[in-house]
Write a new protein. Structure first.
Length: 389
């Protein structure tokens, strides 16, 4: 028993859900409005304000938001969309859902973000959009990306699944590109269980996105069961069932209130990791670009194979033995069987992303952790690395 307590499993991730969230959800359940309704509208307004965008459209996932953004811009069969290979597959899958082809550009070795210097050579007359991913919660080089996009008339749809709270040159992510998609999945910095948000400053994209994300129904169809609503609607597009519910929005409203507080914990813990690993040969800590604010969605270390004898897989095994959960972000998308078979992508095609992937481990980092949990991870990682010099 005592041994069990000492080495209690530390999960890779765990959401911070407290009485505020529970009460807000209960209030919604008692109100009887369970689908998209007043709380979703309230969450959208608050979120738009928070990121400084003129529109926010709540959806049931970031995947849905990424898909809707491209459809709203009219991207379809025959088109090509440029993105990063170092991302969750949904970023590229949604390009395929539109009928378009994902074209990858390798990442920068220091940040894991798409390397702008590789974008122009991949642009063809079929290219319609760029989907940059703010890897781990650090902003991409948006000035260069938007500069290229304007030059070639491309749409910029940001994957900000990691990047709530992230700033780029003092501006919040969410109001910079043409459209930005956020995730509220259970592991993300703000969590509604499942959920996502599309933000934009473009009135036409916003209007289309609203329609596309709710069956393609004409405006305001969501309140058709309300006293002020109308039974009548028109289908303007064969849309999707991608709307958020008021149950999810209840979580979102309360999570947004404590976001700054939760982010302070992430910042403090990232700093604690950085300082503890600074002098340890064999561990490469995440590189921060000065002037931008990192959301610390992920804390990814890299192993330096010249300094230590164990690889990523062994480190994960050893940490698991010590009851510490870890993860890997990400298996580069072009290495997945579907992408290899359908598009002929081969191992070696994106060497920087592959090199990072082979050496990377994501360590637990979330507000619910206690400082001593961070220290436990530090001791375990440094111990394993030292034993394997
Ligand atoms: C989590 C994640 C997504 C998908 O978010 P969902 O809300 O689960 O659809 C997309 N892109 C990246 C980079 C992610 O980490």
């Amino acid at each position: 028993m005592i041994h069990m307590l000492r080495s209690e499993f530390l999960p890779y991730s765990s959401p911070l859900i407290a009485e505020d969230e529970i009460n807000e959800v209960t209030d919604t359940l008692r109100s009887s409005w369970l689908s998209r309704g007043p709380k979703t509208a309230e969450f959208e307004r608050q979120f738009a304000d928070y990121v400084g965008a003129s529109h926010a459209i709540a959806m049931n996932s970031c995947t849905a938001a990424l898909h809707v953004a491209l459809i709203a811009r009219g991207i379809g069969p025959g088109d090509e969309v440029i993105t990063s290979p170092l991302t969750f597959a949904a970023t590229a899958n949604t390009i395929i859902h539109c009928g378009a082809k994902p074209v990858f550009v390798d990442v920068d070795a220091e940040t894991g973000n798409i390397d702008p210097s590789g974008i122009e050579e991949k642009i063809t007359n079929k290219t319609k959009a760029i989907v940059p991913v703010h890897y781990a919660g650090q902003a991409c080089d948006m000035d260069r990306i938007i500069g290229i996009a304007r030059k070639y008339g491309l749409f910029v749809s940001e994957d900000a699944a990691h990047a709530i709270y992230t700033t780029y040159k003092g501006r919040m992510i969410g109001g910079i590109g043409d459209a930005t998609s956020f995730s509220f999945y259970a592991t993300k910095n703000l969590c509604t269980g499942e959920g996502g948000m599309l933000t934009t400053n473009d009135d036409s994209i916003a209007e289309k996105a609203r329609v596309i994300s709710l069956h393609g129904m004409s405006k305001n169809a969501w309140n058709r069961y309300d006293k002020n609503g109308s039974w009548y609607y028109e289908i303007l597009y064969p849309g999707f069932k991608y709307n958020m519910t008021d149950i999810q929005a209840s979580l979102g409203i309360q999570q947004l209130k404590k976001l700054e507080h939760m982010q302070k914990a992430r910042e403090a813990y990232a700093k604690r990791y950085n300082e503890a690993f600074a002098g340890v040969p064999g561990i490469i800590t995440p590189k921060e670009i000065p002037g931008n604010r990192h959301s610390w969605h992920l804390y990814v270390i890299q192993l330096d194979g010249n300094q230590i004898r164990i690889g990523r897989d062994r480190l994960i095994e050893e940490l698991t033995k010590r009851n510490i959960g870890t993860s890997v972000h990400f298996i580069p998308v072009h290495l997945h069987p579907y992408y290899q078979e359908r598009y002929g992508y081969k191992k070696g095609a994106y060497p920087v992303a592959e090199h990072m992937y082979e050496r990377m481990v994501s360590l637990p980092l979330y507000p619910k952790m206690r400082p001593e949990d961070i220290d436990r991870v530090v001791d375990a990682v440094t111990g394993i690395v030292r034993e394997n010099r």
